[in-house]
Design a protein around this ligand. Structure first.
Ligand code: UDP
Length: 266
C-alpha cells in the first residue's frame, strides 16, 4: 500500500466550484460532461487563472471506492473538474438517462496535450510512480515535443516526513501544472491535504499515467482500448495486482449500478 500520508493539513485545499460546469451525477459523484478536447481546453484555461484548481478522474474502480470512502467522495465533489476516465462510468450514467460525451484517458491524450502545454508556455511537474519512471516519461515527451517544459519530476514513494521537502522541491521548480500519479484515492486525498501548499494553478490526478508514458506498463492494442477493453489490457499486463480490481470490481460495479437504479430507484 501507499506510503503517502494524507493527514489533514491546515493548508488543505478547499477549491470546488460549479462555475460554468455541466455535471452528471453518478452514485453520489458529480462528473463533468466534457469530451477530451473540452477537458484539455479547461485545463489550459485553469492554468492561466490565479488560484489553484484541482482536476480528478473517475472510472469503475474509483466509483466503487467512492461509495465506501466518504473522504474520497468529498474530495472528488470538491474538485474543480472530474472527468470520466472509464467507459463503465459513461454507460453507468446512461442508466439514469444522463449523457457523458465519452471517456478521456490521459495515456491517450497526454502526448497531444503536452503540445498545448508547450504552445502556452506552461511549466509542468510530474509527481508519482516508482523512482525513475516519471523522469523517463518526461524525457520521452520532451524529446518528442520541442518547447515542452517539464521542469521537474519526483517519484511517489516518499514518507510523511519527506512531504515538506517534496513540496519545497515542487514549488522551487515553479510549475503551473503539477501532474500527480499515486493512484486513487491516495492522489485525491494528497491534493486535498497538501494542495494548498503548492504554488501551482492546476493539480491534476492521473493514476498510473507515468507507467504508460515511460513504457514501463504496456497499454495494449488500440482497437481493444477503443472498444471498452482497457481493463483487459491492464489485467493482462499486471494480473497479480489487478485481478481483484477488474474481475471482481467490474462485476461488482455493474451489479451496484443495477441495484441503485432498479432496486433503490435512486
Ligand atoms: N504509486 C505511487 N506511490 C505509492 C503507490 C503507488 O506513486 O505510494 C504509483 C504507482 O507506482 C503507479 C500509480 O501510483 O504508478 C498507481 O497506478 P494505478 O494504475 O493503480 O492507478 P489508478 O488505476 O488508480 O489510476
Amino acid at each position: 500500500m501507499t506510503e503517502i500520508h494524507s493527514s489533514a493539513h491546515s493548508a488543505a485545499l478547499q477549491t470546488g466550484n460549479n462555475h460554468g460546469r455541466t455535471t452528471v451525477p453518478l452514485l453520489g459523484v458529480d462528473i463533468d460532461a466534457l469530451d477530451t478536447a473540452g477537458l484539455c481546453r479547461k485545463i489550459v484555461d485553469f492554468a492561466s487563472l490565479g488560484s489553484t484548481r484541482s482536476v480528478m478522474y473517475v472510472n469503475a474502480d474509483c466509483m466503487l471506492i467512492a461509495l465506501r470512502n466518504e473522504e474520497y467522495r468529498q474530495a472528488l465533489n470538491n474538485a474543480d473538474l472530474v472527468y470520466a476516465d472509464g467507459v463503465g462510468v459513461v454507460y453507468g450514467a446512461k442508466l439514469w438517462g444522463h449523457t457523458l460525451p465519452g471517456r478521456s484517458t490521459a495515456a491517450d491524450f497526454m502526448p497531444d496535450f503536452c503540445q498545448s502545454f508547450a504552445d502556452s508556455g506552461l511549466r509542468v511537474f510530474f509527481l508519482g510512480a516508482k523512482p525513475g519512471v516519471a523522469r523517463a516519461a518526461a524525457d520521452g515527451l520532451m524529446a518528442d515535443i520541442p518547447g515542452l517544459m517539464i521542469v521537474g519530476t519526483h517519484h511517489g514513494y516518499f514518507t510523511a516526513g519527506e512531504t515538506e521537502q517534496v513540496i519545497a522541491e515542487i514549488n522551487g521548480a515553479r510549475p503551473d501544472v503539477v501532474v500527480i500519479g499515486f493512484g486513487a484515492p491516495a492522489q485525491e486525498l494528497w491534493i486535498r491535504d497538501h494542495g494548498g501548499q503548492l504554488n501551482a494553478s492546476v493539480l491534476w490526478g492521473v493514476g498510473g499515467l507515468f507507467d504508460f508514458l515511460s513504457g514501463q506498463t504496456p497499454r495494449g492494442p488500440q482497437w481493444l482500448l477503443d472498444h471498452g477493453f482497457e481493463w483487459l489490457c491492464r489485467l493482462t499486463a499486471e494480473p497479480k495486482r489487478l485481478w481483484r480490481r477488474y474481475l471482481l470490481g467490474n462485476t461488482k460495479f455493474v451489479l451496484t449500478l443495477l441495484w441503485h437504479r432498479y432496486v433503490l430507484r435512486e
